[in-house]
Design a binder for this molecule. Sequence first.
Ligand code: 13P
Length: 254
Amino acid sequence: MARKKLIAGNWKMNGLLSEGVDLAKEIVAEVKKLGKPGCEFLICPPATLLTSVKKTLRGAKVALGAQDSHWENKGAHTGDISPAMIKEIGCTYVILGHSERRADHGETNEIVAKKAKAAHENGLKTIICIGESEAERDSGKTLDVCTSQIAGSVPEDSTAADTVIAYEPIWAIGTGKTPTPADVEEVHAAVRKALAKKLGKAQASKMRILYGGSVKPGNAKEFLSLEDVDGALIGGASLKAADFLGIAKNAGCC
Ligand code: 13P
């Protein structure tokens, strides 16, 4: 079953208005040069930039995503943003359960699952993030942590059409450190097995599982050529159009 690779940029809390729009314009120009890319491109700017970046993406083969959304569509939730709101702006994706949100905002698997369910009900695709800490890795718990995050964070009725998983070992995020390709392969295979247990084999075999954590043009091929790696969720390197596109090109998927 061919799964189209997804090259997704998570800009995190970076970019003032003009910088963000300029970056989006550069990405659009580079993607246009590819004609019909063999992979799917997605950028997830901070919420303040979504409206302006959406205008820049008009007609381009680059999708827009948000970095979080609430489990309710409206109400008394100061500072939050709802799935209906980001859908209205033109987002098709939302990242949920990123380790930075789990750490900074105490998001549990239950919260992530609630948010994902609401996002799906609003017609959004979710990128549900999982991944172990360094201490968990050192004590040999990587597979247990990741499979239990799948069991707890992915809603029961998720499908390959509305859900993408991103495996991001916390210790590899922004550090320049990466797991070995063999480690990534092992985790992705275990994640697919956990998805099969939760959602059935048919959905699990079609669902995309991204790798994230210090992905750069120089290491893109070693990760993105692995059997169960269906794209990348990119932080730092997604803030430069050349690096973001370089990852897709070096991975041979566009
Ligand atoms: P880096 O690519 O900067 O390591 O960040 C990965 C990440 O957290 C993407 O969501």
